[in-house]
Write a protein that binds this ligand. Structure first.
Ligand code: AMP
Length: 536
């Protein structure tokens, strides 16, 4: 098998070797816009320390290291250090509820969890549910509590800042991401170290960077964008990255763009729509002379946003399309390619995308079908962990089916239409209806439930819950609050339905499957279509 550079090394040691040892790699900006800087040398040494910690704890290559933290320096150190030690590393969204965290750690067989005390408190009573979990490392614990609950700083102090990386091969597993499906549990998408050259290619082709660019990707590190374009890509290119630890606020974000002289800004349509709403607080107040270009990902970029960015920010904005499974951008707009507002652009070099009919024949221009990619691109995921059959079912002949509906026009531009499964895209985050339904069904007042995504002006899709109540009960504010808390605590605040609709029955087909399209049509006032397969 061919040897390749380890991703952790490419992002740190290699950059030092290339003369960037003293360059700022990470500028962590706090609310109020104070910041802490880390050079490539510090990133290298701190990630080496983490790799040494893992080795000293007996963690072997391919064991799973989970990081459950808000944005803070240790997320980056631990992520890169775990890769150096050839562990498989998975970052979890710090707002995830308990069930969501356990489900993923159990599925993967996590060996190590890096977190902080307040988050650990939510989990600690049920640790026995993850029998594989040998060590928990807390970033804000001064000293080890016992043999299993350890202090990050104590371990780091005892660890060398030098680490000898084991030989890394093309197929050495690297990053694990969980993505929601329309049925069943979230799927663990596994990537390998040889994804790197293509990820770098996309940095060059799409972002077209200069060495002194200041780059800000607003995605959380729990999602593929936050990893490929908020850790790996920019550091493998030797860039200074901004990471902001605060929440979204229009004025704070524009202050940050201005103060930090961000040149390349990678964000998402929901954030931009929120900025549009706040236009009066920012309009004409910021010139942002350093800013060169804006990029977007995660949801369709409506032409209105493009026009707004052009008018208010006075820059071009480029849409990019990819998904957890693809590991890097597949289709995008970019400088040098004329932007057709509403289109997500054209495939990148080496990527063959097509729109296929149900029988997998290639459709002609402007016909809607499944967006498929010729398999074998270098950053392609290698499996769904413990779900080989589901993985195989995504491939048909030479094609990978993305699960999106799209069309391609006569000029080769791709236009996103929607998903062809029931996964909901709310503010750029995928939510599986099944996960939310399972939690709501645990409420004794609810006898049946169905979750759908409905169009929303701000979030692209909002989550709507249809609930059938126990006989004699009526829906109340109290029940709604309970339902919301349940979903927040067990799944995530992102997955909380914005609306609850009480119904007498949930439409199902004869094999008992929820007919979400019927509910969706009813909700949006459209024709419900063919319902001949519906149960009587
Ligand atoms: P995830 O795997 O969570 O990153 O979500 C990937 C999905 O988000 C894609 O399959 C699309 O449905 C959606 N998506 C990502 N980027 C875009 C985009 N530029 N336009 C429309 N939908 C997008």
């Amino acid at each position: 098998m061919k040897k390749v550079i380890n991703i952790g090394e490419a992002c740190t040691g290699l950059q030092c070797h290339n003369g960037l040892a003293q360059k700022i790699a990470l500028r962590l900006v706090e609310p109020g816009l104070t910041h802490t800087d880390f050079t490539f040398t510090q990133l290298d040494e701190e990630s080496n320390r983490f790799a040494n910690m893992l080795v000293s704890l007996g963690v072997k290559p391919q064991e799973k290291v989970f990081i459950f933290l808000p944005k803070q320096a240790e997320v980056f150190f631990a992520f890169l250090g775990a890769l150096k030690a050839q562990a498989i590393v998975c970052i979890l969204f710090s707002n995830f509820g308990k069930e969501a965290v356990f489900e993923r750690m159990i599925d993967a067989g996590a060996s190590v969890l890096v977190t902080k005390q307040s988050l650990f408190n939510k989990l600690k009573d049920n640790l026995a549910d993850v029998p594989s979990l040998a060590k928990v490392i807390l970033t804000d614990l001064p000293e080890a509590q016992n043999e299993s609950v350890l202090s990050y700083s104590q371990l780091a102090q005892a660890s060398s800042s030098q680490f000898s990386i084991p030989e890394t091969f093309e197929e050495t597993p690297s990053v694990l991401h969980y993505t929601s499906g329309s049925t069943g549990k979230p799927k663990g998408v596994l990537h390998v170290h040889s994804s790197l050259p293509y990820q770098i290619q996309t940095m060059d082709e799409v972002f077209q960077l200069d060495p002194d660019d200041v780059y800000w990707c607003t995605a959380d590190q729990a999602w593929v964008t936050g990893v490929t374009y908020g850790i790996i890509g920019p550091w493998a290119k030797g860039l200074t990255q901004i990471h902001y630890t605060g929440k979204f606020d229009a004025v704070d974000w524009f202050n940050l763009l201005e103060q930090e002289k961000v040149t390349i800004w990678y964000t998402a349509p929901t954030a931009l729509r929120m900025l549009i709403q706040d236009e009066t607080r920012i309009l004409d107040k910021y010139a942002l002379p350093a800013l060169k270009r804006v990029y977007s990902v995660g949801e369709p970029l409506n032409p209105e946003i493009i026009h707004w960015v052009r008018r208010v920010v006075k820059r071009e904005i480029y849409d990019t399309w990819f998904q957890t499974e693809t590991g890097a951008i597949m289709i995008s707009n970019r400088p040098g390619l004329e932007v057709h507002p509403g289109s997500m652009g054209k495939p990148l070099q080496g990527i063959e995308a097509n729109v296929l009919a149900e029988d997998y024949s290639v459709l002609g221009p402007d016909l809607a079908g499944s967006l498929c990619l010729k398999k074998g691109w270098p950053s392609m995921y290698r499996t769904y962990l413990n779900m080989e059959e589901q993985y195989k079912s995504k491939f048909h002949g030479e094609y990978y089916n993305t699960g999106d509906q799209a069309k391609k026009d006569a000029d080769g531009y791709f236009w996103f239409i929607g998903r062809n499964d029931d996964v909901i895209n709310t503010s750029g985050h995928l939510v599986g209806p099944f996960e939310v339904e399972s939690v709501l069904l645990e409420m004794e007042e609810i006898v049946d439930v169905a979750i759908i995504g409905a169009p929303d002006e701000m979030l692209f899709e909002k989550i709507v819950a249809f609930v059938k109540l126990k006989e004699g009960l009526t829906w109340s504010k109290g029940l709604e609050v309970q339902a919301r808390i349940r979903v927040t605590r067990q799944v995530s605040p992102i997955a909380v339905p914005s609306e609850f609709v009480v119904v007498d029955r949930i439409p199902k087909n004869r094999s008992g499957k929820i007919m979400r399209r019927v509910l969706k049509a009813q909700y949006t006032g459209q024709d419900v279509g063919d319902i001949s397969t519906m149960e009587d």
